[in-house]
Write a protein that binds this ligand. Structure first.
Ligand code: NAP
Length: 246
């Protein structure tokens, strides 16, 4: 799994270890991964650290055979590394937007490219892409983040369709607000903010089912889904009335 050094990735790695998985945990910060490995000691499963920058395509590709050699077939891959880097000032499309698109999209593609042939060779596999309910539809806030997550939802659904007969299962994770270092930066109110360990259990329960979308809390996700069924004029009018700000 990627993005295991903090937030959702960290707690999901621990929850998987608790459930008996052998977890290959990656992120750039090796020290935080070592902390995770130590915390998981004594659990039913194990965690092993693979420090990695997902923007380094060659290093990411090289990690896949290494993990398979160390731990055996990769039965489940949680592609979770992601962030939201705001643009400075009033602009859009600058350094922040580009870094957001790069990590969320290119970083995920760098994982998918070597994983697909590896899982095809194994004859089975499950890949979960961490998108967000922010990917359901455009908001005036975190535009690059939302757009990158919309693209990830599209990618996950497309790959699920494409590989439906190949014994490869694709899922998308669209959580609401979870308390992590990422959301700690938010200055706006976060309705139904959830603790990370509670979310981790919901996420791992979702892995163990085969439904396409893992989303919670429903009281936030379902109204947002309904909003996105509206025709554009109604959608834009309602969102305009809400007057949301970063
Ligand atoms: N928290 C929420 O409410 C929420 C809601 C919906 C979706 N999400 C999604 O959940 C995912 C995890 O977010 P989080 O909230 O847990 O935030 P977080 O604590 O900031 O975690 C981000 C993770 O991504 C890793 N990462 C960042 N850049 C990387 C790179 N270049 N290569 C490899 N790993 C990298 C970070 O580790 P290093 O810095 O050590 O590399 C860290 O482990 C993101 O995709 C986010 O969009 C979060």
């Amino acid at each position: 799994m990627t993005g295991a050094s903090s937030g959702i990735g960290y707690v999901v790695a621990l929850e998987l270890a608790r459930r008996g998985y052998r977890v290959a945990a990656s992120a750039r910060r090796a020290d935080a991964l070592q902390d995770l490995v130590a915390t998981a000691a004594g659990m039913a499963g194990t965690v092993r650290a693979y420090p990695l920058d997902v923007l380094d395509a060659a290093a990411t590709a090289a990690a896949i055979p290494q993990i398979r050699a160390d731990l055996g077939p990769i039965v489940l891959a949680f592609l979770n590394a992601g962030s939201n880097v705001p643009d400075k000032g009033l602009g859009f499309g600058g350094e922040g937007s580009r870094r957001t698109f790069d990590l969320n999209l290119t970083g995920t593609l760098n994982c998918l490219q070597p994983l697909l042939p590896a899982m095809t060779e194994q004859g089975k596999g499950q890949i979960i892409i961490n998108a967000s309910i922010a990917g359901y539809g455009p908001l005036p806030t975190a535009i690059a983040y939302g757009a990158s997550k919309a693209a990830l939802i599209h990618v996950a659904a497309g790959l699920r369709l494409k590989h439906a007969r190949d014994n490869l299962l694709f899922q998308v994770l669209n959580p609401g607000f979870i308390r992590t270092p990422l959301t700690a930066k938010n200055k706006f109110p976060m309705p139904f903010l959830m603790e990370a360990d509670v979310a981790a259990r919901r996420i791992c329960d979702g892995f163990q089912r085969s439904g396409f979308e893992i989303t919670f809390p429903r009281r936030l996700a379902w109204p947002l889904k309904a909003l996105n069924l509206l025709p554009w004029p109604a959608y834009l009018w309602l969102l305009g009335k809400a007057n949301l700000k970063d």
